[in-house]
Design a protein around this ligand. Structure first.
Ligand SMILES: *Cc1c(COP(=O)(O)O)cnc(C)c1O
Length: 426
């Protein structure tokens, strides 16, 4: 479920016509629904409520400070993976005690900043990193809390670029090594290693890999406790699927149904790190058709959005549902399906202006006839959309708009040409 729907043949975000936003903000523009963002957060919170978890929104999925603020006001903690994200989390009003910080390459500066902020947990990715944080905390005479990221060696069956929980990965340590890390560092008074962290990949569209990973983590926790270590926290990570195919919500309740019984009554604080499952369906990307071009048997719809705005199709072969903003009443989709084939539709590739043949938003898709000037909406573009934007081909970054009910506002202005060369000034 989300707040993007067609009314009388036109796409609305909540109570605002998408076309009106495109007129005011230009294109390409990311449009976010506050109601959808909050609803998806609330659903996860409700599904896991009996565990009283800390739900740390993964900032890297969609980082605009106004969205961070909405979630922080709702009580969300934040999952950060860099000093820049920590900066955003704090500016967005997040409670530092509810911030977790993961990442294989934390610099000394970033570690100091996190200590200054008083974050909740460092999620530790290697022995070398842990030794460094111990050294820095000892120098400063402070105590910090940490969770060791463990690879449960499960296959999340996701794209090879986004699978992180198998044994051969740069993230975390494997389970046998974890025992040795605790033997060496588990009683350190400066860095209190009292938690385990899992993050097996993204998106993980079934529950089974979580169940397997959590079972392995619980067995390890049992061993560690038997050996006299205090383990009071289990962070089960993020990666919960968002529904790219239809307009149905991620199945938070279904994940919870299998995960909650495993974690109840284990004497553990539970942390979740959902990103995509909160932000993906909360955003669409609006683009305008520049040209329609026939090349052999193929028809190309060339739009003003590109891989520099939404790289997921090029990077992950990701498939985003895409449809005209004003398809006319004959072509309103009841459900979002890529294979939607209504009478009068024709197969096209939707591509951007960047000088790469990998610059496409959709391939071999049936669309109603479109012409120059028409608007298209790329759905489920809230997560890993704008955050992965680049300036390739000197393309200024898109604008971002937030809709709340019948009001909307620009929450990030479109970049202009001077923005492109600003850091090059000498
Ligand atoms: C990316 C990431 C997440 C969020 O993944 P989603 O698929 O957006 O839910 C959570 N935890 C860590 C450590 C991550 O790197």
């Amino acid at each position: 479920m989300d707040s993007f729907e067609y009314r009388q043949g036109e796409l609305f975000c909540e109570d605002v016509p998408a076309g009106q936003i495109a007129e005011a903000a230009g294109t390409p523009t990311f449009v976010y629904s506050a109601a959808t963002l909050i609803e998806h957060y609330d659903r996860i919170a409700a599904a896991f409520a009996v565990l009283r978890p800390i739900i740390c929104y993964s900032i890297k999925s969609c980082q605009n400070i106004h969205l961070i603020r909405l979630l922080a006001e709702r009580g969300a903690g934040m999952d950060v993976v860099s000093g820049g994200e920590l900066f955003r989390a704090l500016k967005g009003g997040a409670d530092p005690a509810r911030i977790v910080y993961a990442g294989v390459g934390k610099t000394d500066r970033e570690i100091h900043e996190a200590i200054d902020a008083g974050i909740g947990w460092f999620n530790i990715e290697s022995e070398a990193e842990l030794a460094n944080i111990i050294a820095l905390a000892t120098d400063r005479n402070v105590v910090v809390r940490a969770a060791l990221r463990v690879n449960p060696d499960v296959d999340p069956k996701t794209h090879r670029h986004t699978s992180t929980g198998k044994k051969e990965t740069k993230f975390g340590v494997d389970i046998e090594r974890a025992r040795r890390v605790f033997d060496e560092f588990g009683r350190n008074p400066r860095v209190r290693l009292t938690g385990l962290h899992l993050h097996i990949g993204s998106p993980v569209n079934t529950v089974a890999p979580y169940v397997e990973a959590i079972r392995k983590a619980l067995a390890l926790i049992g061993d560690l406790r038997a050996a006299g270590f205090t383990i009071d926290t289990l962070d089960i990570g993020g990666g919960f699927g968002a529904d790219y195919e239809t307009d149905q919500a991620p199945f938070a309740a279904e994940y919870a149904q299998h995960i909650v019984p495993l974690l109840k009554d284990q004497g553990l604080h539970v942390i979740l790190e959902p990103g995509r499952s909160i932000s993906a369906n909360a955003g669409v990307l609006l683009a305008r058709v520049l040209y329609v071009k026939q090349a052999g048997d193929k028809q190309f719809v060339i739009v003003d959005a590109a891989m520099t705005d939404l790289i997921r199709p090029a990077l992950y072969d990701a498939s985003h549902f895409l449809w005209p903003v004003r398809p006319g009443t004959d072509h309103v989709p009841a459900r979002r399906r890529h294979d939607l084939r209504m009478p009068g539709c024709r197969m096209v590739d939707v591509v951007g202006p960047v000088c790469e043949s990998g610059d496409f938003l959709a391939r071999e898709r049936y669309l109603p006839p479109v012409q120059r000037g028409d608007l298209l909406a790329v759905f489920t573009a809230g997560a890993y959309g704008f955050v992965m934007a680049s300036h390739y081909n000197s393309r200024p970054n898109a604008a971002e708009v937030l809709v709340e009910g019948n009001a909307y506002r620009i929450i990030r202005r479109r970049e202009n040409y001077p923005d492109l060369i600003e850091p090059e000034k000498s």
